[in-house]
Design a protein around this ligand. Structure first.
Ligand code: ADP
Length: 738
């Protein structure tokens, strides 16, 4: 009741409570005429009389109710004051003019109304004032007011006051509680509404963002497809252009090589010095263009993610030795020194030795080309991330403003490059190769003092023991430590599948049958993840081997038979193949290896539809030895006719020929008892590393079967891998195009 939030003096700040109070005032006002008429009725029925005085009092009461109703327009409190004052006045009137027992209950009703409308304190004040008036009136001998009547009235009034105090206390507490709960609820509802509105706003924004995201996703997907297509086109274009360039270049290089290196053997006389110098220039430039073409092809393959690394554990010292060999003459000719300094405790590195050698040759060739005095020092040492190879020269240096761009494609420093040609691709390719290894190349340079390139290669310290290849124990240890090197057994007699798996599956370490036999205690067999088998023969071999060993028997088997040039050639049953551009040395070694060495007069039939290649090869063969007699044919039927007329000792055969092609020539030779023993050397266009390799079929099998989940996962990987749109790339043939 004392709760300030519900005190009558303006503390009803809640709209609901003010309404409630107004309603109570209204009910009190309305009750007055009803009670008055009830009073009249009680008097008439109970006491069987209605005197004029009572009637006057009832009229006065109705008048008070009327006044209060009128004053209600000025506020409920004002109406309540009017009502209580009016009722008290009429009560005074009644006391003066009525001699009735009704005065006492009436007085208590007035007290009750005051308490209900203003609280028990005002009710008490009102009661005390009324008591005072009654006592004064009784004391002055008011005829209508007996002491007994006044005492009754005072008693009943006090009881009414006590009852209203008793009732109003819990009522007000409940009201206060209800009011504060109501206020809290109201605040919560308001908050909920605000949250709801905010949520609606957010949900709308989310819808818009979703829509935008979907649009962006679509655009991204389109862009990705376009980029994929562009990359493929670029790669095809680079491959096609480089192929087109290579054919004439090979001819130029081949002819120049013979004219410069062995003119007497090839042409019967030596060249005048002027011609020789000019030819050397042509030769150098042709070789340069050929390197450029190779670089462009390398870059396009890296961009198309087609180039994979063939990593192996190698010693950096060996790689450096292999890199310095080809460039040492360059240093010698220019009077430059080349020094190698290596730390003693260098670990082996797990890299593609060919690519690292390519990087080093490029750095060394650059250093030699641009340095006039002094020379180059190669320093190899460990650093916190792995090993670093520093190639420091005493050349002209690179201007600081050029340094940030030095690894960009086709970037050349104008103050340095004009005098030495170059393409501006070497460093770009080197950088990409280093990054493919998880490493990097950086450069520091000072004008006039020299340039230092640093090749950083990461080394996983847990795999390295200085100077040693990680043992099986190490590998098993790593596996136990959760850092497993995944092992896959490759069963492939031709070694081709082994090469491809090692090159393309970077995360796996290839184990061969030889490794398996070397560790026949089962340590390897236990940690193998799968087996990849090649040809039908390999599969048969594996079936027998696994049947004897339960450890191997449970392994999943991937059958993957490759169609490669080598395999196809083995299948064709020819003696060997030569990869274009065919160099004189390579030709000489191949012929010698297969017993076609010119100890006695040897007839060589060369079959190619390109007359210039025929001419080049004729010169080459003749330049190797005068014992060789060369016959040439431009197509298959001519070759067969010539062979039958004048049986050669060996045949150099291009496979792509007009009319009867190389395959048919081989077939017919095999069927002819006269020709079947002649060694055949097939000539192919692409290098063995760049030839097309096809897989006819990929088969996955595990004894005991795969679970449906495993099979579906494999299917998904397969579907996802083949999902990219296949562009109209020409289907490679089973045998490298000749
Ligand atoms: P290229 O040597 O075929 O022009 P590179 O990408 O190998 O292409 O080199 C790019 C350029 O960087 C060179 O043309 C040369 O201007 C500059 N450069 C490379 N190595 C050195 C060096 N050791 N000293 C000075 N300049 C160099």
């Amino acid at each position: 009741m004392e709760n300030q939030s519900v005190s009558r003096d303006g503390a009803y700040d809640a709209v609901g409570l003010r309404d409630l109070y107004a309603q109570t005032v209204r009910v009190a006002i309305d009750a007055v005429p009803v009670l008055s008429i009830g009073l009249l009725a009680v008097s008439a029925i109970g006491f069987n009389r209605v005197d004029e005085e009572l009637f006057a009092v009832v009229v006065a009461l109705v008048g008070v109710a009327g006044c209060a109703t009128w004053s209600y327009r000025y506020g409920a409190t004002f109406a309540a004051v009017c009502l209580v004052v009016g009722l008290t006045a009429v009560f005074g009137l009644a006391v003066c003019i009525l001699r009735s027992d009704l005065v006492s209950p009436w007085f208590s009703i007035v007290v009750l109304i005051t308490c209900a409308l203003f609280g028990w304190r005002w009710g008490a004040v009102h009661t005390v004032l009324a008591f005072g008036l009654l006592l004064i009136a009784a004391g002055h001998g008011m005829p209508t007011l007996s002491v007994e009547l006044a005492t009754n009235a005072i008693l009943l009034g006090s009881v009414a006051l006590f009852i209203s105090w008793l009732i109003s206390r819990p009522t007000r507490t409940a009201l206060a509680w209800a009011s504060s709960s109501y206020l809290q609820e109201l605040a919560l509802v308001q908050e909920a509404r605000e949250r709801q509105a905010e949520l609606a706003r957010l949900s709308k924004n989310l819808g818009e963002s979703n829509y935008l995201l979907e649009q962006l996703n679509l655009e991204l997907d389109q862009a990705r497809r376009a980029a994929h297509q562009a990359r493929q086109l670029k790669e095809q274009f680079a491959a096609a252009v480089s192929h087109e360039l290579r054919t004439p270049l090979n001819l130029i290089i081949g002819f120049c090589e013979m004219m410069v290196l062995s003119p007497v053997k090839a042409y019967g006389k030596s060249l005048p010095p002027n011609y020789r110098n000019d030819l050397e220039a042509i030769y150098r430039n042709a070789v340069h263009i050929s390197t450029l073409v190779d670089d462009i092809l390398d870059l396009s393959q890296i961009d198309a993610d087609r180039m994979a690394l063939r990593r192996e554990w190698v010693s950096l010292g060996d790689v450096i030795m292999q890199a310095t060999g080809p460039v040492s003459s360059l240093f010698r000719n220019r009077g430059l020194m080349l020094e190698v300094q290596m730390d003693n405790d260098l670990p082996l590195v797990f890299v593609d030795a060919t690519r690292i050698r390519q990087i080093l040759i490029n750095l060394l060739a650059n250093a030699a080309r641009f340095t006039d005095q002094g020379g180059v020092t190669i320093r190899v040492r460990r650093d916190e991330a792995g090993v670093v190879v520093l190639v420091a020269d005493t050349g002209p240096g690179i201007p600081p403003e050029e340094l940030p761009y030095i690894f960009d494609e086709f970037r050349q420093v104008s103050s340095v490059s004009p005098r030495s040609g170059g393409s501006g691709l070497g460093l770009a390719v080197s950088k990409r190769f280093a990054e493919m290894h998880g490493g990097s190349i950086s450069v520091e340079s000072e004008i006039g003092r020299g340039t230092t390139f640093a090749l950083h290669l990461p080394v996983d310290s847990s795999t390295i023991r200085p100077g040693a290849v990680p043992s099986w124990d190490d590998r098993l240890g790593r596996r136990v430590r959760g850092k497993a090197e995944r092992l896959v057994l490759v069963v492939d007699e031709s070694k081709e599948l082994e090469r491809v798996v090692a090159r393309y599956l970077d995360d796996y370490h290839v184990v061969t049958l030889a490794d398996l036999h070397r560790h026949d205690d089962g340590t390897i067999a236990d940690v193998l993840q799968a087996v990849v088998v090649g040809s039908e023969g390999d599969r048969e071999f594996w079936r027998k081997l696994s049947a004897e060993s339960p450890r191997l028997w449970r392994l999943p088997v991937f059958s993957c038979s490759l169609q490669t040039g080598q395999r196809a050639i083995a299948h064709l049953g020819v003696t060997d193949y030569l990869v274009k551009p065919i160099t004189r040395d390579h030709l000489r070694m191949t012929l010698r290896r297969h017993g076609c060495a010119p100890k006695k007069p040897t007839k060589v039939l060369i079959v190619d539809d390109d007359p210039e290649i025929l001419l080049l090869l004729t010169r080459m063969v003749k330049s190797i030895s005068r014992q060789y007699q060369v016959i040439t044919a431009a197509d298959g039927s001519e070759a067969l006719a010539l062979m039958r007329q004048n049986q050669p000792d060996c045949v150099l055969l291009d496979l792509r020929l007009p009319g009867v092609d190389g395959y048919q020539v081989i077939e017919m030779m095999r069927q002819d008892p006269q020709l079947c023993a002649i060694p055949i050397f097939v000539m192919t266009a692409a290098g063995i590393h760049r030839e097309s390799i096809l897989v006819d079929e990929l088969n996955i099998k595990r004894e005991g079967g795969l679970t449906v989940a495993e099979a579906m996962r494999l299917l998904k990987v397969g579907l996802d891998s083949l999902a990219t749109p296949v562009t109209s790339a020409p289907a490679p043939t089973a045998v490298p195009a000749a």
